[in-house]
Design a binder for this molecule. Structure first.
Ligand code: NAI
Length: 428
């Protein structure tokens, strides 16, 4: 454990090994090359210092891309400190580089246990942030319980993912929300691209890295046809899988069927799948009623935010034997019926636990949206205590810069077309 801060029992940082910092720096700079929108923001922030005076506490997956977001926020004048938003998603070399190369106090260790995970969240809150950034709302939730007295100082909190936004809306509905929050996930420049193309590619990447399985010819069940599920299903099909979708929402089930996927109940899909991928934000999507029906050797993975989509407690309690790490990041569960099922990344986000999360090109848009939403919140004179949408101008700016970086040009409306589209008189 590193030395404590002056006049405090709080450590200055807590990472696995500072010796990894140089390797982390190289990967952060490699990712930076693929993040032109965020780079442009970082350069502008360095000149304008829109976050000067803010203490920004970020609870995010500690990856190369996140490091580039934190660099941009620091360039904007904020005092920045960070912790992990998932015990298995931290890249230890990145955490080391943040501390050693970028002077950003970081509390994150890959594989940390639950107590350490929460001690790291506390370390961030004990630095009294004025802006928080969350991925799944664990930090905001702790702020509202153990650290409620700090809420007054918090100008706003940014939320990165669907599950976090759902939790925050539930808090607002219960009258429990004490700070303004910004639903970054709900910006089109975030969920349309990150949740779909990012999760689509990186989920398959995680499964392939963990198992080495051939996707072509495999029967893959995708639970949930939301933004993530659509991306995963289409990428799995692209690699040659026979894809089945399960849903609870009739519109989304219909959409999946018309996109050409087989749609069925999980109880039926459980009998035929080689690989299961949950992406619902819901709990126990794979549960006691399904495990016994599964084929011998089935792979179980989750890409939803929390590790509750697969009922791991039931599986652990009822398995005859559990073999950890039969190959890296894969645990074998020997069921009472004699079959074996393999769980990837302990049922946590498979794309982060077994791979490195989304490609930098897509995180460029998510984190550009995060950075500009933070600037917007920092500059606001007063923000109402509620869940705010990201202003549409931010989305348009991020999309325009991304298109320019990709060398894509688009048409513009003529004056005549603008007039036509705004009128109602002309018809048949
Ligand atoms: P979404 O709300 O667009 O889609 C979720 C879908 O799951 C909905 O269509 C819903 O009807 C369906 N669903 C709910 N319960 C179900 C059940 N029991 N069986 C079958 N379907 C069910 O949400 P989105 O954006 O696709 O996110 C899904 C989850 O993935 C969330 O937890 C989100 O936080 C997480 N996420 C994970 C990422 C990653 O890197 N792995 C990236 C972005 C989001």
């Amino acid at each position: 454990m590193p030395k404590a801060r002056a006049n405090s029992t709080l450590p200055e940082y807590d990472v696995h090994d500072l010796g990894l910092a140089e390797a982390g720096r190289k990967r952060i700079e490699w990712a930076d090359k693929q993040m032109p929108v965020l780079r442009r923001i970082r350069d502008r922030f360095a000149k304008e210092l829109p976050l000067k005076g803010q203490r920004l506490g970020a609870c995010l997956h500690i990856t190369c891309e996140t490091a580039n977001l934190l660099r941009a926020l620091k360039a904007g004048g904020a005092e920045v400190f960070a912790c992990a938003s998932n015990p298995l998603s931290t890249q230890d070399d990145v955490a080391a580089a943040l501390v050693d190369q970028y002077d950003i106090p970081t509390y994150a260790i890959h594989g940390e246990d639950r107590d350490t995970y929460y001690s790291h969240l506390r370390a961030v809150l004990e630095r009294h942030p004025t802006i928080t950034m969350d991925d799944g709302a664990d930090l905001v939730s702790l702020l509202h319980t153990e650290y409620a007295s700090l809420a007054e100082q918090v100008k706003a909190s940014m939320e990165e993912t669907t599950t976090g936004v759902i939790r925050l809306r539930a808090m607002a509905k219960d009258g429990a929300l004490k700070i303004p929050v910004v639903a970054v996930n709900d910006a089109q420049t975030k969920h349309l691209f990150d949740n779909r193309y990012g999760t689509g590619q990186s989920t398959l990447d995680g499964i392939i890295r963990a198992t080495g399985v051939l996707i072509a010819g495999s029967v893959i069940v995708v639970a949930g046809y939301g933004y993530c599920g659509r991306g995963i299903a289409s990428r799995a099909r692209g690699l040659g899988a026979d894809v089945i979708v399960t849903e609870v929402d009739p519109i989304r089930a219909l959409e999946a069927a018309m996109d050409g996927f087989r749609v069925m109940k999980m109880i039926d899909a459980a009998k035929v799948a080689d690989i299961f991928i949950t992406a619902t934000g819901d709990k126990h999507v794979l549960s006691s009623v399904h495990f016994g029906l599964m084929r011998d050797g089935a792979f179980l993975s989750n890409s939803g935010h929390f590790d509750v989509e697969i009922d791991m407690a039931y599986l652990t309690d009822t398995a005859k034997k559990v073999e950890k790490n039969v190959t890296r990041n894969v645990d074998a569960y020997h069921l009472s019926n004699g079959r074996v099922v393999y769980v990837l990344g302990e049922g946590r986000l498979v794309n982060l636990a077994c791979a490195e999360g989304h490609p930098a090109q897509v995180m460029d848009m998510s984190f550009a949206t995060q950075a500009m939403a933070s600037e917007w919140a920092a500059k606001a004179k007063h923000l109402e205590i509620k869940v705010h949408e990201v202003p549409v101008e931010i989305e348009q700016d991020v999309a325009a810069v991304k298109l320019a970086a990709m060398g894509i040009k688009l048409d513009t409306l003529t004056a005549e077309q603008k007039k036509y589209l705004a009128s109602w008189e002309s018809g048949t």
